[in-house]
Design a protein around this ligand. Structure first.
Ligand code: GLA
Ligand code: GLA
Length: 694
């Protein structure tokens, strides 16, 4: 992979002797507790090996109790105590939640939902990203904190905001409406260009001036928003929040230029709040919040999400800002983690390039909305399985730090699954042939298919440079611009292998359909590459109606009814009773075409992960199918190679045969299975981490 550089990159120091090591800690909310608990907190942090905390994320009301008063004394005291204990502080701007006095006095900062209802104060992010009044208060807070703590040696990084967009991603306020008008004017220049892009000749939506442009408000039950406008509204919201982040970051760095700033992203395979590819260029180090998905996809979902985070970090280490030691409290049913999963999840993040493992939160709250959310110190106190698990994790991270892991880089795969925020937003649109379409779902299916086939794929933003990979896969990349299609064609011409999924390249960046047959991206360029032409989609969705393929796979959601050019190889067709019933018999499902020095594959229907693994094994001849229940990643430093092995399956043992010079650093839920050949068996949640020379 091409090594890309983020010119901003700067990693936060620890208070260790050489300022280095793997960071370990959590969100710390001492303002929820009497001060006599603080000393105990710090004693327990030291016992667990905690070396950093994210402080003051929701403390605005404590720091600025009224419009004209500031109270830093408590923050001074806790920062001093943490510093004395050698615990670094990632100091928050505290601006995610404003104090009640601010909302009461300036209700014009409150966001408005699509129905026109005010979003009231009392939760988080109850503010308009476009409010000038709110921005001034927030920036003043940033400046005050930077002035007071910018030179404080215990504060080694800045935590700007918190999960931007969690509650104010879609704001329909007056301020937003005005800002949207300006945003559209900047983007389109002329009203004709906007009318053209939004296709406003449909349903009498034409606008004569930018004053007539409106937000995609609720327009009545079953009303269907113009999808081009909706996609722009997503981009607009992203841009407004990014602009807000930049302003807060700059307010701090104008006073304290030498300490790195981050903000915690929310990347997991069911979320796409922001176009984080843009955000990654604006943070000094990438940090992410990830909450586990219980069930059999637990580990794969985690590493798939992390693969995108790692790509955003562009080969640099990144930071797990939040995850949970066990259950959360915000799902209908909140499963706990099983024995070993606290350690396994944390070390799996490390295996995908994280050099910092933090949790929400240090001490479990006694009150408030998150009292039943797990933490590092549970309600039961230090004499608990959970706190012992936290201590075990701290000591494992120390072992890895001492072995020189920190700063080593994740070895890239030769395959990139391309992820596009615009496509994820577009697949959520309500007017597609199927509401079951999901870009993330299909990215995860391909990612898991690779792991099942004993290989590993990276997950890379479409907007990145992926030209040094040997294979790129586009699962349901619904949105493909002409220029992205041209990049794909150049990549294939130069010898690359491109795999195009069933719902890729159907629309351009304005949500316009490419004509002349599907997929129409690039004015027919994508069809030329593939040598296929689709006239209709066959939309199903029911397992009972599944359409069989000649290679044994089946499709339940979507089949493209295509014809192929003479020179195209047909690798599988639809067959059987259901295919007959839907007039798909013998229609090509999988195809392959030469294109320049490379190859373009088309996968014309949805597939489950087993079928994808099979496809990869048969068609692409991936390495093997014998290691399907093992996850293996590699991190490399100048003089060492670190191998990470995890058991993926719940029941079958995963077997690893280690190279002779591998030194075992961490072993959990695993045992040596043979003395003669250095092989190990990993049980459920098993972990093996080793080090060898380069
Ligand atoms: C988010 C927030 C945290 C906390 C956790 C709970 O990630 O940033 O403050 O609310 O969710 O899971
Ligand atoms: C209604 C409307 C048409 C069109 C169709 C689509 O009948 O009158 O304009 O929207 O639904 O099914």
């Amino acid at each position: 992979m091409k090594s890309l550089t983020n010119s901003r990159f700067s990693w936060p120091a620890l208070l260790t002797e050489n300022a280095a090591g793997i960071a370990f800690g959590g969100d710390y909310n001492p303002d929820q507790w009497p001060e006599d608990v603080w000393a105990q907190d710090i004693e327990l942090m030291k016992r667990a090996g905690v070396n950093v905390v994210a402080l003051g994320i929701f403390s605005w009301d404590r720091i600025q109790p009224t419009e004209d008063t500031w109270n830093f004394a408590w923050l001074d005291r806790i920062i001093a105590q943490l510093g004395d204990a050698g615990i670094a502080v990632d100091l928050a701007t505290s601006t995610a939640s404003a104090p009640m006095w601010l909302y009461k006095k300036y209700p014009q900062v409150l966001p408005v939902d699509k129905y026109g209802h005010t979003v009231h104060a009392g939760s988080r992010q109850s503010w308009r990203p476009t409010s000038k009044v709110f921005r001034e208060f927030a920036l003043e807070m940033c400046r005050q904190l930077a002035l007071r703590y910018g030179n404080n040696p215990t504060v080694t990084s800045w935590h700007v905001g918190n999960e931007y967009g969690w509650n104010n991603r879609h704001d329909y306020s007056e301020d937003a409406a005005q800002a949207f008008t300006t945003w559209c004017e900047n983007k389109y220049g002329t009203i004709d260009a906007l009318n053209e892009a939004w296709g406003t000749s449909f349903w009498s939506q034409e606008v004569r001036s930018f004053d007539e442009v409106q937000l995609p408000y609720h327009m009545g039950a079953d009303s269907m928003v113009n999808p081009s406008q909706q996609l722009d509204f997503e981009r607009f919201g992203n841009d407004m929040l990014l602009d807000f982040y930049r302003a807060e970051r700059d307010a701090i760095q104008s006073i304290c230029p030498d300490k790195p700033c981050t903000t915690n992203f929310m990347i997991s395979t069911d979320q796409c709040s922001m176009d984080y590819q843009q955000w990654a260029a604006e943070v000094d180090f990438v940090s992410n919040d990830h909450y586990f998905h219980e069930g059999e996809s637990h580990l794969d979902e985690l590493t798939c999400s992390d693969a995108l985070v790692a790509a955003l970090a562009q080969g640099k280490p990144w930071y797990v800002m939040e995850h949970s030691t066990s259950a959360v409290q915000w799902k209908p049913l909140n499963a706990r983690k099983r024995n070993g999963e606290l350690l396994r999840d944390s070390l799996a993040h490390v295996a995908i390039g994280a050099d910092a493992i933090n949790f929400f939160q240090w001490r479990q709250s006694r009150f408030g909305a998150e009292a039943f959310h797990s933490a590092m110190v549970p309600h039961a106190g230090e004499d608990s399985k959970l706190f012992r698990g936290v201590c075990e994790l701290g000591s494992s991270l120390k072992t890895l730090s001492d072995a020189g892991l920190q700063g080593s880089t994740l070895k890239p795969s030769d395959t990139a699954i391309l992820f596009s925020a615009a496509s994820e937003w577009a697949t959520r649109c309500e007017t597609l042939p199927s509401k079951k379409l999901s870009h993330w779902h299909d990215v995860l299916a391909w990612y898991r298919g690779f792991e099942d086939a004993g290989a590993r794929a990276d997950v890379v933003p479409l907007a990145n440079d992926w030209s040094d990979y040997s294979t790129v896969i586009l699962p349901t990349v619904l949105v493909l611009s002409d220029s992205d299609t041209e990049r794909l064609a150049t990549f294939a011409k130069n010898g690359g292998r491109v795999i195009i999924g069933y719902a890729t390249g159907l629309i351009d960046e304005n949500f316009h359909i490419g004509l002349g047959g599907y997929p129409g991206a690039g004015n027919g360029l994508l069809r030329d590459m593939l040598g296929v032409r689709g006239e209709e989609f066959n939309i199903l969705g029911d397992e009972d109606q599944a359409i069989k393929l000649s290679n044994g796979a089946q499709s339940v959601l979507w089949q493209n009814d295509i014809s192929v050019r003479d020179d195209v190889d047909v690798l599988a067709t639809y067959t059987g009773e259901a295919a007959d019933d839907w007039e798909l018999n013998n229609i090509p499902a999988f195809t392959r075409a030469r294109y320049g020095k490379g190859t373009a594959y088309f996968v014309g229907c949805d597939l489950d992960r087993a079928a994808i693994a099979n496809y990869l094994g048969e068609v692409l001849q991936t390495e093997s199918v014998t290691t399907t229940n093992l996850l293996h990643t590699v991190r490399e430093s100048e003089n060492a190679v670190f191998d990470f092995y995890f058991a993926r399956a719940e029941t079958d043992l995963a077997l690893v045969c280690l190279p002779q010079d591998a030194q075992v650093l961490i072993i959990s839920s695993a045992q040596k299975s043979s003395d003669t050949d250095n092989s190990y068996a990993l049980n459920r949640n098993g972990i093996l981490i080793t080090k060898r020379g380069r």
